[in-house]
Design a protein around this ligand. Sequence first.
Ligand SMILES: Cc1ncc(COP(=O)(O)O)c(C=O)c1O
Length: 442
Amino acid sequence: MLFLASTFSSAALQLPARSAVATHARAAASMIAPEMTGVETKKAVTGPTFSKSLATPDPIPEEGQKRALELMKSGALFRYTPGVESETALAEWDMTERTGFKYSVGFNSCGSALFIALKTCGVQPGDHVLANGFSFTAVPSAIHHAGGIPVYVESTDAYVMDMEDLERKIKGSDVKIKFLMLTHMRGKVAEMQRVYEIAQEHDITVIEDCAHALGVMWDGVQLGRSASVACYSSQSAKVINSGEGGFFMTDDDELAAKAACYAGCYEQLYLQHVVAPPAEVFDRVKFGTPNYSLRMSDLAAACVRPQIRSLDARISQYNSRYAMICAELKDCEHIDIPAINPRVSPVSDSLQFNLQGMSPAQVDAFLAACKRRGMPVGLFGSKENARNYENWRYSPAAAPLPFTKALIAAAIDVRLPAEFNDDDFPQMAKVLLAAVDDALEA
Ligand SMILES: Cc1ncc(COP(=O)(O)O)c(C=O)c1O
């Protein structure tokens, strides 16, 4: 606050203030450097260590880099630049080809797409929206943004929505619940047949949060295809990376036209879309739909397009490496990796497991040991974690979620970056096993 006040009070103060920030950032970096690199701490440990960052994003393929550079040279980054073929419109087309949806609208993020999914599906302020008790803060935030009230549903120990609790929450509600926003957290998939049976029985509109589920199939069909709207992310940590970005996907003419208008398609700009509902649908909805300026940039679209096309090759690489690391961990009685439902074809770009037979202090010791060995991993239930529902204080759970609480208290999250080499994965497994031993000895 003090810094902001000084920055705004006088231009003359800006330089010192900025350099103060840089100094602060450098100081912070030097504070975390030993843990991130493991340089200093590795001296103190014996046995396996790791030195690459699990946060390593996927690079932009050369084709995308080239196109992005052309766009930057011409300055045509706006998706509706007159006379320029829109990369966003083409990415929307690519996404319909990839997923089978009729329509796609590019957004600046998946969180924005989820918010607009709720708006287009008719969520009104005060409406209750069923959502996973275990997901990411962007999901309850999208519900909050739309004025909705999340009703959190418990998770199974395989990280997916518990169908019995879903029914309980619907039947036990004082008000009629009309919406479900279902998250496939880390690409894990609930019993989808049951989801839609329940939704049909109770006349509930389903929006699927497929931020982590591009390429994930249920019975051989892209996840999200049964929803009124499904949203996919292209934020840096996802299997397609444009830094920031998201796609709103639907088969419905009116939802698609409204989503495009909400994103920032005005006048007759819809004529520049490649996949779009008929003009009369736009003309019917456009003056009644606010423009929230949430468009995808053509720069983001240029980065992401070649990755949409090359996704299958990366999926088989992710899955073979996941199998490698699971094989190394399978005999450890303290590591439980929930089995994948045989109806699911996964995209295993990350590993989650439940630490078993460990006290909270041993879980902490495990985290510390991973960090000491140069490979910090996440605990979903940690005090800082944005996936811990207790941190969503803007929209708190109305009732306790004891199962989810117990689950995330020992659920570990490990990213498996595509940029790593095959031999990194057995090494990562060794570090995890050594950290289990360290924790048990602590
Ligand atoms: C489960 C889940 N849903 C939605 C989002 C929102 O995606 P974005 O970062 O593109 O807004 C995220 C972001 O990581 C997420 O983890």
